[in-house]
Write a protein that binds this ligand. Structure first.
Ligand code: NAP
Length: 248
């Protein structure tokens, strides 16, 4: 796999998976646009430093994926800085878990806004430059919850199921311009997001994974890098589970 001189935008890049993907892709030769919210500036700068240590440019672009203005400004900055966008990874995502009967409208709205609308706004914003270039790779970070549903995650599973449907529509609309769009559906991966789970839920997840371990951010980063590379040029509209065999 080679991502030599590609420019990759990764949203929510200060988090666990974002950081691993930035390092993996920079290691394969890509410059990385590190997007996250302003409150995560310190984490974003750390990722930029890791990318620089690999000899690539780490360009921090702070802003919320839920704001069309922020996303537009980010794309403009990236085009001014690099003149191209080859890869978009829609990774920004949050959880607000609770049983549906207790779930507030705010819990629903914020998760749908960040996880699904955010991906729509970013995809829409990069579509033009990618269409002009007649090439591009979009990878959406969904979740096994979006494939099989999950107790306590009505908002999250709906957002990720929606993201999978968005992936397929994006793939169909942009295929004539040589752009691919795929999703990955990670299972239980060790990051800040899963640290918040209580021990009982954690053990229940682990018992249901045939490979017998939680995934690492690097497990996800490897598959995302593949989908972003030339090696996956004939793969589009697919959902790849990265879950140790949880869903078969
Ligand atoms: P994480 O460490 O919490 O990273 C998510 C990042 O997104 C954080 O840096 C977060 O910033 C940022 N973010 C939040 N709101 C944003 C916004 N409006 N605009 C831009 N960035 C925003 O979580 P992660 O585990 O790396 O998750 C990354 C992706 O993988 C998510 O889409 C998640 O749903 C998905 N996923 C994770 C797992 C898992 O087991 N970890 C499994 C399946 C899917 P703050 O931290 O400052 O809020």
């Amino acid at each position: 796999m080679n991502l030599g001189d590609r420019v990759a935008i990764i949203t929510g890049c200060g988090g666990g998976l974002g950081r691993a993907m930035a390092v993996r892709m920079a290691g394969l030769g890509a410059d990385i646009v590190i997007n996250d919210i302003p409150q995560a500036e310190e984490a974003a700068n750390e990722v930029a430093e890791l990318v620089a240590q690999l000899g690539r440019k780490g360009f921090v672009a702070l802003g919320s994926v839920t704001s069309a203005d922020d996303v537009g400004a980010m794309v403009e900055q990236v085009m001014n800085e690099f003149g191209r966008i080859d890869i978009l990874v829609n990774n920004a995502g949050i959880t607000r878990d609770t049983l549906m009967i207790r779930m507030s409208e705010d819990d629903w709205d914020i998760v749908l806004d960040i996880n699904l609308k955010g991906a729509f706004l970013c995809t829409k914003a990069i579509a033009r430059p990618m269409m002009k270039a007649r090439s591009g790779r979009i990878v959406n970070i969904a979740s096994v919850s979006g494939v099989m549903g999950n107790v306590g995650q009505a908002n999250y599973s709906a957002s990720k199921g929606g993201l999978i449907a968005l992936t397929k529509t994006t793939a169909k609309e942009l295929a004539p311009r040589g752009i691919t769009c795929n999703a990955v559906a990670p299972g239980f991966i060790e990051t800040k997001m899963t640290e918040e789970l209580d021990e009982e839920v954690r053990q229940e997840w682990l018992r249901s994974i045939p490979l017998g371990r939680a995934g690492t951010p690097e497990d996800v980063a490897d598959v995302v890098a593949f989908l972003a590379s030339d090696a996956a040029g004939y793969v589009t509209g697919q959902v790849l589970n990265i879950d140790g065999g949880l869903i078969m």
